[in-house]
Design a protein around this ligand. Structure first.
Ligand code: DC
Length: 216
C-alpha cells in the first residue's frame, strides 16, 4: 500500500499532477479541496452561516460526500461543476476555517485512505490527514502564474471572469488559508518542495512516479 500526500496553495497544479499520478500508478485520487467546496456549496444552499454552530453540526451530521469514478457526490448527487465557480472557491475557503468542518472532513479522508493506496491533495494532508504517508510533496508556484492558469481554465469552460479578480482572489485565499487559526497551510517538515513556476506538470508527475516506483 502507498499513500501520497500533496499539499500547496490554490492553483499550483496539485490536482492536475495528482490525477495523472493516480492514472499512471493505478491508485485512487482524492481531491480534498472538492470536499470543502461541496460543503461550502451545501451551507450556501441551506443558508447556514459559519457562526450557527447548532445548525452547522446538524448539517454535518446529515452530509455524505463520496468519490466514484472521478466524480464527487454530495448526498448522492454529482456536483462536479456546481462547486467550480469563484463564488464556491470563497465559500470553501470560509468553511475550511471552521474547526467543526475540518474534524468531519479529516475523519472522512482518513477513512477513505485506510484500506487502499491513494494520492490525496489539499492543504493539510502531509501534516494532519496522513502524517505517516510514504511520500509527501509541497507543490507551489507564483501567484501570477497560478492566476493565469486558473484564468485560462475558467475561460475554456466559458465562464466570464477577469484575470485581475482571479489574482486578487488567489492572494486573498492564500492569506486566509495560511493565516487561519485552525490548521493553516504549511509545508510538512518531511515534504519535498516542488515549484511548478519552473517545472512542467509532466516533470512533476515523472518525479513523483519515479519516487513511488522505488517504494512499490
Ligand atoms: O484546492 P481547492 O482550491 O479546491 O480548495 C478549496 C478551499 O478549501 C481552499 O480555500 C482551501 C481549502 N482546503 C483546506 O483548507 N484543506 C484541504 N485539505 C483542502 C482544501
Amino acid at each position: 500500500m502507498i499513500r501520497i500526500a500533496i499539499d500547496g496553495p490554490s492553483g499550483a497544479g496539485k490536482s492536475t499532477v495528482a490525477k495523472a499520478v493516480a492514472g499512471r500508478l493505478g491508485i485512487d485520487y482524492i481531491d480534498t479541496g472538492a470536499m470543502y467546496r461541496a460543503l461550502g456549496y451545501k451551507m450556501k444552499l441551506k443558508g447556514v452561516e459559519p457562526v450557527e454552530d447548532e445548525r452547522l453540526a446538524e448539517l454535518l451530521e446529515s452530509t455524505d460526500i463520496d468519490f466514484r469514478a472521478g466524480d464527487i457526490y454530495l448526498d448522492g448527487e454529482i456536483v462536479n461543476d456546481k462547486i467550480r465557480t469563484p463564488e464556491m472557491s470563497m465559500a470553501a475557503s470560509a468553511c475550511s476555517a471552521l474547526a467543526m468542518v475540518r474534524r468531519k472532513l479529516v475523519e472522512l479522508q482518513q477513512n477513505m485512505a485506510a484500506s487502499k493506496s491513494v494520492i490525496m491533495d489539499g492543504r493539510d494532508i502531509g501534516t494532519v490527514v496522513l502524517p505517516d504517508a510514504e511520500l509527501k510533496y509541497f507543490i507551489t508556484a507564483s501567484a501570477e502564474e497560478r492566476a493565469s492558469r486558473r484564468y485560462k481554465e475558467l475561460m475554456e469552460k466559458g465562464q466570464d471572469v477577469s484575470y485581475d479578480s482571479i489574482l486578487s482572489d488567489i492572494i486573498e485565499r492564500d492569506h486566509n488559508d495560511s493565516t487561519r487559526e485552525v490548521t493553516p497551510l504549511r509545508q510538512a517538515d518531511d515534504a519535498v518542495l516542488l515549484d511548478t513556476t519552473l517545472m512542467t506538470a509532466e516533470e512533476v508527475v515523472n518525479r513523483i512516479c519515479t519516487d513511488a516506483g522505488k517504494m512499490l
